[in-house]
Design a binder for this molecule. Structure first.
Ligand code: PLP
Length: 385
């Protein structure tokens, strides 16, 4: 596909935004951030907002500025690199096992306090080699499986054995444990969600106690998400909560009934009105994902998305709906993280006005570097190597 040179027109009104696009309500975002910061203001547990739902430095800055934070949480080294420029304490709540990623973590440790989740001896060795090579010590949390059954060692002697190994390894500093209760986050029934989260936090804090009893360092006990922030965040012994989705929200968390507002949408344009009971918009699953269900339709009561294709959203309309070709629609994504990752910017709006455009550090920065190197090669004049 040839690259184009296009005149960039900065939209001043929502109606001028090219679709499909992500639209962010700055006021709703501000209220969500302030609300979460207020909850953790009381302590003793603190907030470590996860940046992976939004991947947007401007939002992360606002989360830190709101207070109650010990730092930020990331899922990838690319995210960590994006926020380490303005955050001095970053947790990668995920396993880093290859030499390049571990070297990048160790490079960040030179100016930012870095901590990484580990659940294997191979992970310990990779991170330790990178730390030694860079002449730094990288912080480590033992990742404990508290019921999600994703990563993590079991919350018993396996966790203590791994902690002991980390503690005796050059280039690493053992800081404690983490256990993400991801299985509890989406549970609709509050009582059941509380039970599952408390079981998980019981297992995690018991593991932390075992580490301390064995004479091992365990200052950090990190857990939590948007669905459990006020359960795990008040559980004795948990020191920080990694919630992320609360800032932007999605329709899935809307059904969990957490006290935050929907702050972003996918804006689309109706490109076809083939029948009285159906219209089609230009925002398919290249603009938003359906891994947590189809998106909801704003503004038109009774309208329902019935299908997403690559570039199409098919919408069933209620009787009498007057929407026509060229009109705008707003869809509420069911899952923030993968939807945001499909876009390059948020159009930040106040009412009908576009007040700013915030870049999203989507994807993987190593691919951006690879792309840059091929662009440069393509632009290199003949005869110049
Ligand atoms: C390890 C970890 N911690 C915290 C979170 C934050 O969860 P949420 O975005 O639901 O608040 C996630 C999300 O998937 C996660 O994987």
């Amino acid at each position: 596909m040839p690259s184009e040179t296009r005149r960039v027109v900065r939209p001043r009104l929502v109606s001028e935004i090219p679709t499909p696009a992500l639209v962010l309500d700055a006021a709703a975002l501000g209220r969500n951030i302030a609300r979460m910061a207020r909850f953790f203001n009381a302590g003793p547990c603190r907030l470590r907002p996860h940046v992976k739902p939004h991947k947007t430095p401007e939002i992360a800055r606002r989360q830190l500025a709101a207070g109650s934070c010990v730092g930020l949480t990331c899922a990838t080294v690319s995210e960590a690199e994006a926020v380490a420029a303005f955050c001095d304490d970053v947790l990668i709540a995920n396993e880093m096992v290859d030499a390049d990623k571990c070297a990048r973590v160790a490079a960040l440790q030179r100016h930012t306090r870095m901590t990484v989740a580990v659940d294997s001896i191979a992970g310990v060795e990779a991170l330790s080699a990178a730390g030694r090579a860079a002449g730094v010590r990288v912080g480590v949390l033992v990742d404990v499986n508290v019921g999600q059954n994703r990563c993590g060692v079991s919350p018993d002697t396996e966790a203590v054995d791994l902690a002991r190994r980390i503690s005796g390894t050059d280039g690493l500093t053992l800081r404690g444990v983490m256990g993400y209760e991801g299985h509890a986050q989406p549970i609709r029934d509050r009582r059941e969600r509380e039970e599952r989260a408390r079981d998980a936090m019981g297992a995690l804090t018991a593991t932390a106690d075992e580490l301390r009893a064995a004479g091992l360092a365990c200052d950090v006990v990190s857990a939590g998400g948007t669905g459990t922030f006020d359960i795990s965040g008040r559980f004795t012994g948990i020191t920080e909560i990694q919630a992320g989705s609360y800032a932007l929200m999605d329709s899935d968390y809307g059904e969990v009934r957490v006290p935050f507002e929907q702050a972003f949408w996918v804006l689309g344009t109706v490109i076809s009105r083939p029948s009285r009971d159906r219209c089609v918009a230009d925002c398919g699953h290249k603009a938003l994902t359906k891994d947590h269900g189809l998106p909801e339709v704003n503004w038109i009561a009774g309208a329902v998305v019935t299908a997403l294709n690559d570039e199409h959203a098919t919408i069933a309309l209620p009787p009498g709906a007057s929407i026509g070709v060229g009109d705008r629609i707003q869809l509420v994504p069911s899952h923030t993280d993968p939807t945001v990752n499909l876009h390059d910017v948020f159009y930040v709006v106040e009412g009908d006005r576009v007040v700013d455009i915030w870049p999203i550090e989507r994807g993987y920065s190593e691919q951006r570097s690879a792309r840059l190197s091929t662009d440069q090669r393509a632009g290199t004049p003949r005869g110049v190597s």
